[in-house]
Design a binder for this molecule. Sequence first.
Ligand code: SF4
Ligand code: SF4
Ligand code: SF4
Length: 575
Amino acid sequence: METKMINLKINGIPVTVPEGTTILQAARQAHIEIPTLCYLKDVSNVGSCRMCVVETTGARGLVAACVYPVAEGMEVRTNTEKCRQSRKMTLELILSKHKKKCLSCERNHNCELQKLSLGYSVDEDRFKGEDYVLPIDTSTPYVVRDNDKCINCMRCVEACNKQSIHAIGPIQRGFYVHIGSAFDRPLAESPCVGCGQCVVACPVGALSERSDIDKVWAAISDPSKKVVFFTAPSVRATLGEAFDLPVGTNVEGKMIAAIRRLGPDAVFNMDVTADLTIMEEASELINRIRTNKIMPMFTSCCPAWIKFVEQSYPEMIPHLSTCKSPQQMFGALLKSYWCEKNGVEPKSRFVVSVIPCTSKKYECSREEMKNDVDVAITTRELARMIKTAGIKFTELPDEEFDNPFAAASGAGTIFGATGGVMEAALRTAAHMLDGDFEVLDFFAVRGSSPVKEATYLVAGHTIRVAAISGLANARKVIEQICNGKNKYDFIEVMACPGGCVNGGGQPTLSDSIRNTVELKEARAKALYASDDRSDLRRSSDSPVMDVIYDDYFGFPNSHKAHEILHTAYWAHKKI
Ligand code: SF4
Ligand code: SF4
Ligand code: SF4
């Protein structure tokens, strides 16, 4: 059916948009930005904060542009005195209950409330009311909630609901309403999986990662410590945003140069253990296919997904690959192979993983892997360290990772985008099954769509695959598998919509960017471009893999590889 088009005017500018479009969306076509706070594209559209109020024909009072649909002949005014006064009053009311600790707030200069308050010249002390101090929730190793900075916009709640986790929601009523977990229990006692989607959704400093920066500075200053950094694939595609570079700029060389200037002993490339993960995972998959063992097999490199299975679908645990994630493999490899080869006492080693993720902070605190990685810091934390050290990021030369963990395949790099782990595994698994199989591009599993499916015929085996991002989508697919409605052999799941490029530890961008730029796509494009340029596109072709296996593990899935590179999972108590 043909879509009906609607003609209207916004601030006198004619606009034609499809029926059902909101005034907020239509205004963007006229290059007019209406201020928002509770609205966030693809995440939240609850129409509660009233920052986006506009005047329009056909309505008596002000209407919320984020939820009000356009109509034929409508005339909208977005910047009248009435709109501005209403927005100013809204901001002053919000500020009456907001802990104004801007100087030490990690969102200082990157806060939607601060930006709007400045723009509308608010009197931040206009309304002085009762003070209502709420405790700061530091119960998890990954997220900190300071509800005295919360403006009750509900974006975090919507982000969590979109993941189908429902770990947080509004508690109490009226003046006393605040966001928290059921019965006001600490987050650690909720079903939270640590994905951090709530953190990147928050417009202010009420949610942040639990910072480990001080531990890293202390280790760097300690002469008895051998400090090693390694960076996850997606960080190079996002770190530049923290230095005002365009979304999708690959800053790999500058990132390495900046970390080197922080003073560690080595800067390594986590893409190397993404390749190692593929060597182990592809071998495990082939073994399961050949022996007809527990299928489908799920990937295991996303700790939020692992926690989700352990909590909600413990019966699916045998379907998880036993491979540790690339982060944990790197830590384990440094502790064993690298320490042995370099005569480093494992105790003096201090391993810092730079990740796009909040749940990887939880992962390295898991009991069974506790000593692999000392500290995991997010892309945001790395950016803060670089700024604190006075490093002029954009002026840095491009530098290279340190050997022996520098060179990796393009397959390792695309791990950072949804479908990337699947494509990397297919490149190697297909080649392991059929040495003449030369296909390197598996386009069907690329792109940011939340569920991608494909079937491949390799060496007489029909392999049905799916790449899923977002936990609500994973839940649907698991239910279909349990009900016998869908059958696969191999499934990639990444908890964050779009994969790690959109992880909970990535830079927090302003709403004006988030609401207009396709972040997931632009960031993923940078990784696929790097894969395209790479001479090495299959993990099994990497000479670093040859060295690691010849020197140390023997072959993929060997006894030694199992001891060091694999792990186990267990059912968590259902909350
Ligand atoms: S970290 Fe993820 S699961 Fe936990 S509260 Fe935030 S959005 Fe929900
Ligand atoms: S914590 Fe942040 S995202 Fe959640 S309601 Fe408060 S201000 Fe909004
Ligand atoms: S998708 Fe990536 S960033 Fe998100 S929770 Fe999983 S590993 Fe972390």
